[in-house]
Ligand binder design. Structure first.
Ligand code: ARG
Length: 472
């Protein structure tokens, strides 16, 4: 027995600590509870086991352990993985984190060989490797969830190419647009989000294993071999950097914050559009909730909660930035605090994308209401100005003429297209009968016939092109 002292109740498992040799006192119970990470890093078990198996195979290849030992480590670890999968593994706080829990259980199960697994490795490069493996999967999952949502948005867009709605600036009716054009704007945001995540994945997919605690190891590790086994693009180039920086998590949190920022914008529109004042859309009953007091209410809660959840994801990004800021090289225990915010981030984004994507196809559009709303706000005033410009009126003069015309129409309580030719000519003598082509919503939309514009012909091309890009 080591001289841990009489107070075995404080920590009767003190001898389990791998650093026991250096210590004469057991860990204080408060410290143990404060420093543990098993309560949140146990979710790294698959990555931890995968990394350990690769490491042990490599140790066998370079002759640091025998092939039999490597095989015994591998089967022991796979057995542990089975137990964890089946919920039959009890995690111990005394063993602090996922790495020590698994290693201790392995040694219990297979004996001496288990004690050799940690040769040429530290928890510092181990955790940095585990979290990269974990995040690589999360990023891939999130990208495919984004793509699922894009598919649903594009399906809706395909059905609404000829639907006319008001386009807004300052939330005031500005110009008529195709509803599909609006939906395609959402799609652009998601496409960039997916690109950003794919880009972050490149820098994420670098292997820290072999960096050991900070300085590398005196064993002749074959890092290319572990790299290959773990599917990393390359081993890290600098051991100090590899065990310490979490910038790749910050990039992911940032890309995820942008996803949530975009979702929150769409949520805001959906909430407005579903409101009694707009009545642009109807959200499926399955994606709404009611009020416990007001029987008439049908609330767009999904959109509100997703909008609300954007706050925590954006908050997590700040937490990670501040966590990393000012940390000296190399590994510091501060970095243990990276896990909860990044796990919460990927969980929240994934769940938000999933439910939002499911809600999208349940949305039906009140095409007539949208059309009528576009009729209301003098949305074709710019078309009238551009018509005058084509008749050689300088744009500033045209703007002035149309301003007066709109003022008159407001007084008459009529849309521009209801003004008679005489009335229109009283503001601009050059106006002729063909003006009504540009004053109609259809004419206005049709006229924006250039790449990136809202003419239905262009919008149709854009939907097709976006669908092709999505399938690639
Ligand atoms: N739980 C730790 C973390 O998440 C693992 C690495 C601990 N390393 C150490 N030397 N204490 O960062």
């Amino acid at each position: 027995m080591r001289p841990y002292g009489a107070d075995q109740t404080v920590n009767n498992q003190a001898s389990k600590k791998p650093w026991g040799g250096r210590f004469t006192e057991p860990t204080n119970a408060l410290v143990e509870a404060f420093t543990e990470s098993i309560s949140f890093d146990s979710r790294l078990y698959k990555q931890d086991i995968r990394g350990s198996i690769a490491h042990s195979k490599m140790l066998a290849k370079i002759g640091v352990i025998t092939t039999e030992e490597a095989l015994s480590i591998e089967s022991g670890l796979l057995e542990i993985q089975e137990q964890i999968n089946a919920g039959q593994f009890s995690w111990s706080t005394e063993l602090e984190d996922v790495h020590m829990n698994i290693e201790a259980r392995l040694t219990d199960a297979i004996g001496e060989a288990g004690k050799k697994l940690h040769t040429g490795r530290s928890r510092n490069d181990q955790v940095a490797t585990d979290i990269r493996l974990y995040m690589r999967e999360s990023v891939d999952d999130i990208v495919s969830l984004i793509e699922g949502l894009q598919k649903n948005v594009l399906d809706l867009a395909g059905q609404e190419i000829d639907t006319i709605m008001p386009g807004f600036t300052h939330l005031q009716v500005a110009q008529p647009i195709s509803l599909a054009h609006h939906l395609l704007a959402w799609n652009e945001m998601f496409e960039r989000d997916a690109e950003r995540l794919a880009d972050a994945r490149k820098r994420l997919n670098v292997m820290p294993l072999g960096s050991a605690a900070l300085a590398g190891t005196s064993f002749p590790l074959d890092r290319d071999m572990t790299c290959e086994l773990l599917g990393f693009d390359r081993p890290s180039r600098n051991s100090l950097d590899a065990v310490s920086d979490r910038d790749f998590l910050i990039e992911i949190a940032s890309a995820c914050s942008l996803v949530m920022m975009h979702l929150s914008r769409m949520c805001e529109e959906i909430i407005l559009w579903a409101s009694e004042s707009y009545k642009f859309i109807e959200i499926g009953d399955a994606f709404c909730t009611g009020s416990s007091i007001m029987p008439q209410k049908k609330n767009p809660d999904i959109a509100e909660i997703v909008r609300g959840k954007s706050a925590r994801v954006i908050g997590n990004l700040q937490a990670l930035l501040v966590l990393m800021k000012s940390q000296p090289l190399a590994y510091n225990r501060d970095n243990q605090e990276d896990k909860e915010p990044i796990f919460d981030t990927v969980d929240t984004v994934a769940r938000s994308l999933q439910v939002f994507a499911a809600m999208v196809p349940s949305i039906s559009f009140n095409r007539e209401t949208m059309y009528n709303a576009a009729l209301k706000g003098y949305a074709t005033a710019t078309d009238l100005a551009e018509y005058l410009v084509r008749l050689n009126v300088p744009f500033r003069d045209a703007h002035e003429i149309v301003g007066s015309t709109v003022h008159f129409a407001i007084e008459q309580n009529k849309p521009l297209s209801d003004l008679s030719l005489d009335e229109l000519q009283s503001f601009g003598a050059m106006i002729t009968e063909d003006v009504y082509d540009v004053l109609s919503l259809e004419g206005s939309v049709r006229a924006r016939d250039h790449f990136g514009g809202t003419a239905p012909i262009r919008v149709k091309e854009a939907v097709d092109a976006a669908s092709i890009r999505l399938k690639k």
